[in-house]
Structures are given as C-alpha cells and as structure tokens.
Design a protein around this ligand. Structure first.
Ligand SMILES: Cc1cc2nc3c(=O)[nH]c(=O)nc-3n(C[C@H](O)[C@H](O)[C@H](O)COP(=O)(O)O)c2cc1C
Length: 404
C-alpha cells in the first residue's frame, strides 16, 4: 500500500522514525512529507534513508510529477504523526501552503492523525473545536495519551507509541468489505426498574457491541448501535460519521429499538445482555423498609428479542439475506458442554451464527479481552477468536462475510 506519513513540528517526531520503520518492514511504500518546522526536529537524510523516497516540504520541488496533488491522489492512507496544534488548525481550515497541506486536500484516502502537544494546548477550546470538526468529517484519530510531556509536564497530549499508530493504520487499511451494508448492533446490559432508584441489571459494559459497531463502520457499513446503559467513554470507540447511537434502558425499549432498526438491516448482531425477566410491576415511589420487609419480587418473562427478530425474518418481515448473530455468555468451564448448549440455543433462536463467550475472571463481562467460538450451520464451529474485543469483532464480521 502507498502510505504518506506527514510529520509536523513536535518533539515526538523522533518516535515517527520508528513508525516509518514499522510501515516499511510490513511491506508498505512510505513517502514522508515533513513540514519546515518538523525538519528542525528530525532532518531530511533520516526520512530519505528510512523511506527510500525523496523528501521535500515544498510544492515547488519535482513539479513535473505534480507531486502536490499526485502524492495525495495515489495514497491509500495519509498519517500525520505527530500532529501539532498548529497543523491540526491548518488541516481544519484547509490551508495548503506546503506539500503536506496540498497532499491532505488532494487525498480521498483515510486520514489518521496522532496529535501531540502540551495538555493546555490539547484542552484549548480552539484545538477541541478543530478536532470535533475533523472527526465529524471522518478524519481518524489515534490518541493522544495521558502521560509525561516534554519539559517535565504531564497530562493528556502525549503522542501514542509508534506501535499504536501502526495498529490503527493497519485497521484503516482493512478491506471495506461491508461497503453499503446496513448493520444493527445491540450493546450493553438492560436495566429492569424495581422502583425509581433500583433495578435488576447485569455486568455487561457494552464494550463488545461497541467494538463490533466500530469495526463494521471501519469496513464501510452504516451502523446503528442500540446501546443499553453504555458509558460514554465506552461508546466513544464507535464515534464515526456512519454510526448512529440509539440509547435505551429496559429490555422492552431495546426490543422496540431493535425491531425498528432491523427492518432494513443486512446484518443484525445481538451483543447486548438482555434481562430474561423483569419485575411484574415497578413502584413509582422508592420502596422503603417502613412499608414492611421486601423479601421477594414477582417476575414476568421478557420477550426473546433475537428469536423475535429471526421469526420476523423467516415470516418475510426483513430482507431475506439478512444475517442474524446472537451471543451466549456461558460460565460452564467445560468447552464441549458450552458448545452443546450453544448449538441448542442457535436452533431454538433460529439465528445464523451464535458467538459463545466464556464469562470468567479474565474474559467477557466488564473485561477488555474476550474469547469466542462461533457456531454456524449444522452446529459446526465456523471460527474462533481470542484477544481484544476489537479482534473478536473482526472474527465475527469475517464469519458473517463468509456466510453472505
Ligand atoms: C522544542 C519544541 C517542541 C514543540 N513541541 C510541540 C508539540 O509537541 N506540539 C505542538 O503542537 N507544538 C509544538 N511546538 C510548537 C510548534 O513547533 C510550532 O507551533 C510550529 O509552528 C508547528 O509547525 P508545523 O505544525 O507546521 O509543523 C514545539 C516547539 C518547540 C520549540
């Protein structure tokens, strides 16, 4: 792939040397485009030797090759690392007074920025407004991290490590194999009210559903996330121009939102943990001990949302080629017993794929990592994945792609 690495004038430019090495070692053609100020931190010979391409900051060099637009037109990805506050402001305004500026305006490839600056500069309203504008236009961000900054200060603004920028670049270069498809994902855990301050809930954080939404969007899908009680910092991973979030609280609200969103969907993924039961009635006043001891709560069964979505599909209520994926969190330690239960569940619910995940001390609810086996046609294990929730999301969407 052709990758342009823009470098702007911050101390973190020395870390970009390692990023260029990672990219070239992975077999990419890298052209480094520094700003004039960037060359005060790391010089032209370093960039030329590492990238094995000529390096210039000016639109007036090598004019015969029309480099000021050709670089951007031919790029599969443009990275700016470090991205200074000044360059972020220039990119937002579309200023094209050097080769990096023209390249960024001329490209239709994804753009990935790795901001680096002092915490005050990062928090400044001007920088934040610029970042908001850029992300709303589809520009991707990696970082900044919270940590030690130049001059002994510390706070948000530190450029993430080259390995993290490399990983974000690899994700952006992933195939857009879900282009034009509509994906609906449920995420989080429902809350069934007992009274205005108490509820029956579960430990689902929504991270797996959000990772599925982010991955689907990065592969070209337009995505609706039906988010049941998902914290804002978790939802932030799915911030993307083609992701719409619908917030819900209870199983009944989730069922309504999923039915509405799934009608026109190509892929429906039920990653939320939905309560099987709810209190038969919720008090509209807070229950107190003064009213006498409350030692039991009468429960009624909630609708099985994913089974209802699958039934609507077979009854002609949705697109015939719609693929439906359900999740089953299991605590059974024996893998074969888990698989058997998953096979029965897949049949009973009428879904295409069922991702079984082991919920233990290291995986599943509230954890960063997950491990799933995906049960498909005839009860076969069609894929398995373990690692970050994003990696698991990738494997699930690969399995969906293989079905379609
Ligand atoms: C030692 C030093 C370190 C700097 N580090 C940063 C930085 O990390 N982030 C930033 O936004 N600006 C930083 N600056 C300020 C920029 O270099 C300055 O705003 C410059 O105009 C950026 O130009 P450019 O964006 O065209 O590369 C630094 C300046 C100096 C002298």
């Amino acid at each position: 792939m052709n990758i342009v690495v823009g470098v702007t004038g911050g101390i973190a430019a020395y870390k970009t040397v390692h990023l260029v090495r990672l990219l070239t070692k992975a077999g990419h053609e890298v052209t480094v485009v520094p700003t004039e100020d960037a060359l005060r931190f790391v010089g032209t010979p370093t960039w030329e030797a590492l990238s094995r391409h000529p390096v210039t900051t000016s639109v007036h060099d090598d004019v015969a090759k029309v480099r000021h637009v050709a670089l951007g037109q031919n790029a599969d990805l443009v990275i700016v690392a470090p991205a200074t506050a000044n360059s972020i402001a220039k990119i937002t305004a579309g200023i094209a007074d050097d080769l990096l500026g023209t390249t960024l305006l001329a490209t239709e490839a994804p753009v990935l920025l790795a901001p680096a600056m002092h915490a005050e500069m990062w928090r400044n309203a001007a920088t934040q407004a610029n970042i908001q504008t850029l992300t709303s236009r589809g520009v991707h961000l990696v970082g900044p991290a919270d940590g030690e900054l130049a001059g002994g200060d510390s706070g948000p603004g530190r450029m993430v490590e080259p390995e993290d920028i490399f990983a974000a670049a690899v994700a952006l270069l992933a195939p857009r194999d879900l282009d034009g498809l509509r994906v609906v994902v449920s995420a989080g855990g429902t809350r069934e009210p007992i009274d205005p301050v108490r509820f029956l809930g579960n430990r689902s954080s929504g991270r797996q559903g959000v990772a599925l939404a982010a991955e689907a969007a990065s592969r070209g899908a337009s995505v609706t996330v039906v988010a049941a009680n998902v914290a804002g910092d978790v939802l932030a991973e799915a911030r993307h121009p083609s992701v719409e979030v619908v917030g819900v609280e209870t199983a009944a609200q989730l069922a309504d939102a999923m039915k509405a969103a799934s009608r026109a969907a190509d892929i429906v993924i039920m990653a939320a943990a939905v309560a099987d039961y709810r209190p038969a009635s919720a008090s509209d006043q807070k229950l107190t001990k003064e009213q006498g001891p409350l030692t039991s709560i009468e429960l009624v069964e909630n609708e099985d949302v994913v089974a209802a979505l699958a039934a609507a599909r077979t009854a002609g209520g949705g697109p015939t080629e719609q693929v439906i994926v359900a999740f089953a969190a299991e605590t059974l330690p024996d893998a074969e017993e888990r698989r058997e239960r998953a096979r029965r569940k897949r049949e009973r619910k009428g879904v295409d794929l069922l991702a079984v995940n082991l919920a233990d001390a290291d995986h599943g609810f509230e954890k960063r990592d997950n491990a799933v086996e995906i049960v498909g046609e005839g009860g076969a294990i069609v894929a398995s994945a373990a690692g970050s929730k994003r990696e698991v999301a990738r494997a699930i969407l690969d399995a969906v792609r293989a079905m379609r």
